[in-house]
Structures are given as C-alpha cells and as structure tokens.
Design a protein around this ligand. Structure first.
Ligand SMILES: NC(=O)c1ccc[n+]([C@@H]2O[C@H](COP(=O)([O-])OP(=O)(O)OC[C@H]3O[C@@H](n4cnc5c(N)ncnc54)[C@H](OP(=O)(O)O)[C@@H]3O)[C@@H](O)[C@H]2O)c1
Length: 210
C-alpha cells in the first residue's frame, strides 16, 4: 500500500519511518521539500519524494496531513480535488507556539480540531483523526512494543475508514482502538484525557468506556 505524508517535521517524519518499516510505501512532501528529501534518503527504497503536495497523492491509497493547524486549511484547499475517495488521516492539534515555545489553543474550549477539519474537507473523503495522540518521541519508542502492542486511538464517522486506518495503525506497529466519531476526537488532542497515554488494549477499552 502507498500513503502520502504531507509534512515531514516532528510527527510526520516519525509516522513515515514507522509506516515504511512496516512495509508501506510513503510519498513525502513538505513546504520546501528539503526535510522530505533528507527523510527519504534516511528511509531508503520505501520512500519517494514528491514534486509537490499534489504529486504526493499520485497513486496513494491514503494521505496523512502531518501539518500545523494554521497551514492545514490552505493545504486541504490545494489538494482538495485529489482527495476524493481517499482516507485522510489528521494528527493535528489546534495549537500554535509563540516565539518562546508557549502553546496557545486556537479553538474555543469544547471545539476539536477534528470537528473543524471535517468542515474543511470536500465531499467523498473519509476522515480519521489519528496518529496525533502521542508526542513524536513517545510514538517512536512505543511502536512494536512487546509482548503486547501499545494502542493508538482513533476517531472517525466513516465505517469504511475504520478498516483502512486500522490497517495503517497496525503497519506502524500499534494496536488500533476506535474511541467513536469525530465528535469524540477532542479526547485525543493535547489536553484530552487520552492524549500521550501508552496503554495496552484492555486498559484502552476500559478507558474509552469510562
Ligand atoms: N511533534 C509532535 O510530537 C506531535 C505529536 C502529535 C501531534 N502533533 C501535531 O502534528 C502537527 C504537526 O506537528 P509537527 O511537530 O510535526 O510540526 P513541524 O515539525 O513544524 O512540521 C510541520 C511540517 O509541515 C510542513 N509544511 C508546512 N507548510 C507546508 C505546506 N504548505 N505544504 C506542505 N508541507 C508543509 C513543514 O515543511 P518543512 O519541513 O519544509 O518546513 C514541516 O515538514 C501539529 O498540528 C501538531 O499539533 C505533533
């Protein structure tokens, strides 16, 4: 399978590495493509550097938008026509950082990134909020955990997306657990009760029910 990854910074690079090590072909794109090129060189044959964001989707089954919240809408508008009938995975938190690294929430309390992003997407796109629940370091160190895989939570409103995102999560070395529809996705964000939790499937199921 082939996944486009737009954004090869902190989280996009880790997602790309983990998917590639699980056998996925990744098509990489970034703002000036410098970081995409460096990452592709590190990953090797499983990675392709796309010419631009649109080219990243060429032949891809899914696209991960590993972008800061402030640039997400612009990129979605740029690639909108090419996303039809694809799985779109978004790990973005609705945050910006000031010059001192202090984080500021960009949405009102109670409104999640997932709810806003779903309003930006064109019709016939299957959205899953996933791959943003763990910080990049924790994501990397928790993948392919043994003897029991760690869980990666996800949220989607689309039944077909369930199967597709679960396959991607398994490829990245995690056990997928659905928490519900996009209206639940605030639980996955920074500040949400399921953010940055490394748990096995049994604990995960009791947490989402609780
Ligand atoms: N980092 C984490 O630990 C972490 C964990 C979970 C969730 N998240 C969420 O994931 C999102 C991304 O965070 P990050 O830390 O990975 O950010 P980041 O390190 O700043 O990386 C952002 C990436 O987006 C690329 N980019 C910017 N504008 C673009 C455009 N117009 N077209 C294509 N690519 C563009 C940048 O390209 P260049 O490389 O060329 O600058 C960079 O590769 C955020 O919403 C964050 O909340 C992050």
């Amino acid at each position: 399978m082939t996944t486009a990854i737009i954004g090869t910074g902190g989280i996009g690079s880790v997602i790309a590495r983990q998917l590639a090590s699980g056998g996925e072909t990744v098509r990489l794109s970034s703002a000036d493509n410098e970081s995409a090129r460096a990452l592709a060189a590190e990953i090797g044959r499983a990675a392709v550097v796309a010419v631009d964001n649109c080219d990243a989707l060429e032949g891809a089954d899914a696209v991960v938008l590993a972008l800061r919240f402030t640039v997400l809408k612009g990129v979605i508008d740029e690639i909108a026509d090419l996303m039809t009938d694809k799985l779109v995975v978004v790990p973005s938190n609705p945050l910006s950082a000031d010059a001192h690294g202090n984080l500021e929430r960009l949405l009102p309390e109670g409104q999640s990134s997932g709810e806003v992003v779903s309003g930006w997407l064109p019709a016939r796109v299957r959205l899953a909020m996933a791959f943003g629940t763990l910080s990049a370091d924790l994501f990397e160190s928790s993948s392919n955990r043994s003897p029991e895989l760690a869980v990666l939570f996800y949220a989607t409103n689309d039944d077909r997306a369930d199967e597709e995102v679960e396959q991607l999560i398994r490829t990245a070395g995690f056990e997928p657990v659905k928490i519900g529809g996009i209206e639940q996705s605030g639980r996955l964000e920074v500040g949400g009760d399921l953010h940055d939790l490394v748990v096995g499937p049994a604990d995960a199921r009791s947490l989402i029910g609780g």
